[in-house]
Design a protein around this ligand. Structure first.
Ligand code: KG4
Ligand code: ZN
Length: 332
């Protein structure tokens, strides 16, 4: 039995083929970074146009790499939201067309649940309850999973997402887009203690995140120390900022661990590719003697394997499936 997943929620066009034993036969990800880089961020209209141009080829490539024909697909899965509505609609319309033509079930997938599923796809033995820290360009949230397919939101960002804060500081310094990986590279040899950043804590909601304060502190350092692309202390500054972002994420996780006593910890989303964050997360988990599950870097990025996997998970749980042509995209 084969599932085809499609993901077009933001600026990656992706398609993947999985077996019902959760084997990833293909997971093609086409990034639009080059299209958006000149603007320092994702331009929604360009993103949807680019998805329209490439989706057919990306799906074709995923099938070819898997060695599976379209007519052999038993289940179609597509990201429904949250994301850019125009981008989502491209994947959704394409998947609807396929499901209708082949008369096979179509499952709409939540993008955030998809990111969490990436951890389960690579580790079939995650113990419950699990705490999942989801860190991406659009979202920063903490979930409690009491069991499979159950997601209780414990906290979310009040302002910027962590990836968004990294991207904005990078844009401000003219480093390029996306900012997260560029900051990671430039910060690698920096001293994270050279610049002071105080970490936020929201009194009435200690599990909520906030990154606007850190961003303002970063802009203040940039102004006061005249940090630029060529500044000799650029690496120190970026290392300090990256460290503060990572630690503030782990701070909230620590509070949630105290409160909920989980059996395992999950880190996921695009920013989970970050080496420093992965290290801080693992160090914390080791101190707590809890197993840490972090998807491989490719699985942290927006991809369609996590989308197909979650659909298979729902099918295995006995959730009814049909060709639902009324499925609509949701931006939030
Ligand atoms: O999950 P994702 O691929 O797309 C969204 O759903 O948002 O995450 C994209 C975000 C961007 O903000 C990007 O700068 C960040 O993930 N990112 C990183 C790294 N790679 C991607 N941030 C820090 N370090 C990285 N290596
Ligand atoms: Zn994402």
């Amino acid at each position: 039995m084969y599932a085809l997943g499609i993901e077009t929620s933001c600026d990656e066009t992706s398609a993947a083929v999985l077996t019902d034993r959760f084997e990833v036969l293909s997971n093609v990800i086409l990034s639009q970074d080059e299209v958006h880089a000149p603007y320092g961020g994702v331009v929604p209209e360009l993103a949807s146009r680019q998805h329209i141009k490439t989706i057919d080829a990306v799906v074709g490539e995923a099938l070819a790499r898997a060695g599976v024909e379209l007519k052999a697909i038993d289940l179609f899965a597509v990201t429904q939201g949250p994301g850019l509505v125009g981008s989502l609609l491209v994947g959704l319309s394409f998947a609807k067309g396929l499901a209708y033509y082949f008369k096979k079930p179509l499952v709409g997938i939540d993008h955030l649940e998809g990111h969490i599923e990436a951890a389960f796809l690579e580790n079939r033995d995650i113990g419950f309850p699990a705490l999942a820290l989801l860190v991406s360009g659009g979202h920063t949230s903490l979930y409690l999973l009491e069991k499979k397919l159950s997601y209780r939101l414990l906290g979310k960002t009040r302002d910027d997402a962590a990836g968004e804060a990294l991207d904005k500081v990078a844009k401000f310094l003219g480093l390029g887009y996306p900012g997260g990986p560029l900051i990671e590279k430039l910060a690698a040899k920096g001293d994270p203690t050279a610049f002071a950043f105080s970490r936020p804590r929201i009194k009435d909601a200690p599990l909520d995140f906030s990154f606007s304060g850190l961003k303002t502190a970063a802009l203040k350092h940039i102004r006061e120390s005249e940090i630029s692309k060529e500044h000799p202390r650029l690496a120190d500054f970026l290392a300090g900022f990256e460290e503060a972002v990572a630690r503030s994420l782990v701070d909230n996780l620590a509070r949630a661990v105290d409160e909920f006593g989980p059996k395992s910890l999950i880190l996921c989303g695009g920013v989970a590719r970050n080496t420093r964050l992965r290290a801080r997360f693992r160090q914390f988990a080791d101190r707590q003697k809890l197993p840490a599950f972090i998807p491989s870097p490719k699985m942290c990025t927006d991809n369609a394997a996590m989308v197909a996997a979650l659909a298979l998970e729902k099918r295995a749980a006995g959730i009814p499936m049909s060709v639902d042509l009324d499925l609509d995209a949701y931006p939030r």
